[in-house]
Design a protein around this ligand. Structure first.
Ligand code: AMP
Ligand code: ZN
Length: 468
């Protein structure tokens, strides 16, 4: 099979063909740093992480850019509400974002450009649009993109432009399809902007939201690149406007493949800051859930399907992950030196790898890829029950799991997952107490560990700690 993606531009599944052999330029719209990101946002970042890892798994050299929106209507509004400078306000959430992606084992992109560091690039694009007659200065001294001058406007969101009123304008960054209009590229300073402004040929002001992604993607990936992604709410107006500005300015095609993930929803509604129905990653970690559990829940549903978030489903991941952990522990215990089961293991690995790959290549069908892994686990457990897995076969099977975990990022073949440091210390103290024949202390430590929801099990190779 070959790699296929559902391209929002054409609303069809297409074979992926990179512009440059073996390389992929990938632009992923990043966080607006005015709050802690919620798990709906992280659905988008996890989908993009799976995309990135799949491309690498398929042998591509990936250059990923994820921008940080550190100036827009919301960052200005909230920094002023808190009485903080824009930079000190957004820097709190920039740092939180990087901590959070580490918790979720999201791989780092190659570039994280900040909008405030690319203002000159934005000004240059806007100047070129004015020169070409595609943008104009409005009577409020702001600069607007004239959508009637760009005949393919609406190509991404599939908007019928006949019957649209010419010359209507919209200044705010976010608006719905029913408000299709000339949009702001540069917003002339108003008093609500406080001290957030830059000089430009059109006077003091600040950029609109959409122009930043055109400027940063073109600066880091070139005028024409392979893949651009985001949540489906980014399709209009954000990505539609990006296409218009970029293509009108460069005269080249902007992006070949547009990929969008469906929303993470709660009680039938999109999880969002504005609706107030959101959980940040931190909320859930505080409640005792782990990054691995949240990652697993999110990636187990195909990115184009709605993901209905419930605590029951999050708790459900716990038993799945426990089974996986137990599977690896068991496989690692198959240490007897023998070649037993080698042929079966090779066959199984080959078949499973093909199934995992087929799933991922089919528009990142993670649920199919994970199903192939579960079948594999069942087969290996069965051969282990029959005591037919020798040491060499076990190593082969483990190596295969390490290989596919380059994409899943949550099997954790070699990691004792999320055991708190003090529990590990208590378990080690317990071993020491037993060596010292202080059994009362050893028992007390075991009880304390149990009371905290963990269990120490003694094995041939020492001890292991598992969730009780
Ligand atoms: P924002 O910080 O609002 O610019 O959003 C950052 C990313 O999260 C964008 O790609 C959004 O499309 C995405 N996003 C926001 N809410 C959700 C949601 N409930 N489900 C999936 N993706 C979302
Ligand atoms: Zn963007």
């Amino acid at each position: 099979m070959s790699l296929k993606f559902y391209n929002t531009l054409t609303r069809s599944l297409e074979e992926f063909k990179p512009i440059q052999e073996g390389r992929v330029g990938l632009y992923t719209c990043g966080p607006t740093v005015y709050n802690y990101a919620h798990i709906g946002n992280f659905r988008a970042y996890i989908f993009e992480d799976i995309l990135r890892r799949t491309l690498k798994f398929c042998g591509y050299d990936v250059t990923q850019v994820m921008n940080l929106t550190d100036v827009d209507d919301k960052t200005i509004r909230d920094s002023r509400e808190k009485g903080m400078g824009l930079d000190s306000f957004t820097s709190v959430y920039k740092k939180a974002f990087f901590d959070d992606i580490e918790t979720l084992n999201i791989e780092k992109a190659e570039h994280y450009p900040e909008a405030t560091k690319h203002i000159q690039g934005m000004i240059k694009i806007i100047e070129s649009l004015i020169d070409k007659g595609v943008a104009y200065i409005g009577d409020d001294s702001s600069v607007y993109f004239s959508i009637e001058k760009f005949p393919s406007y609406g190509c991404l969101a599939h908007i019928d432009m006949s019957g649209q009123r010419a010359g209507a304008r919209v200044k705010s960054d976010e608006y719905g399809k029913e408000s299709v209009a000339d949009f702001a590229l540069w917003k002339h300073w108003v008093k609500e902007d406080g001290n957030v402004h830059w000089d430009s040929p059109w006077g003091r002001g600040r950029p609109g939201w959409h122009i930043e992604c055109s400027a940063m993607s073109i600066a880091l990936l070139g005028n024409h690149f392979d893949i651009h992604t985001g949540g489906i709410d980014n399709m209009f107006p954000h990505h539609e406007d990006e296409i218009a500005q970029s293509e009108a300015s460069t005269g080249e095609k902007f992006v070949n493949y547009w990929l969008h993930c469906a929303h993470l929803i709660v009680n039938g509604e999109k999880m969002s800051k504005s609706l107030g129905n959101f959980y940040t990653l931190r909320d859930l970690i505080k409640e005792g859930y782990t990054g691995r559990e949240i990652r697993w829940l999110i990636m187990s549903v195909h990115y184009r399907q709605h993901l209905n978030f419930t605590f029951d489903s999050l708790i459900g991941t716990r038993s799945v992950l426990k089974r996986i952990d137990a599977f690896f522990v068991r496989l690692k215990e198959k240490i007897k030196e023998s070649e037993q089961g080698m042929d079966d293991a090779k066959r199984l690995v080959e078949g499973t790898e093909a199934a995992v790959r087929n799933g991922l290549e089919d528009d990142l069908n993670t649920s199919a890829a994970l199903a192939a892994f579960f079948d594999f686990m069942k087969d290996v457990n069965r051969t282990m029950d029959a005591d037919e897995v020798g040491g060499a076969a076990a190593e082969l099977l483990l190596d295969f799991c390490r290989k596919i975990d380059a994409v899943f990022g949550a099997l954790n073949v070699d990691k004792e997952e999320d055991i708190p440091a003090d529990i590990i210390q208590m378990a080690e103290d317990r071993i020491q107490a037993r060596t010292n024949r202080d059994f009362a202390k050893a028992d007390k430590l075991r009880d304390e560990i149990t009371a905290r929801g963990w269990r120490v099990e003694d094995t041939a190779k020492g001890h292991r700690i598992v969730k009780a």
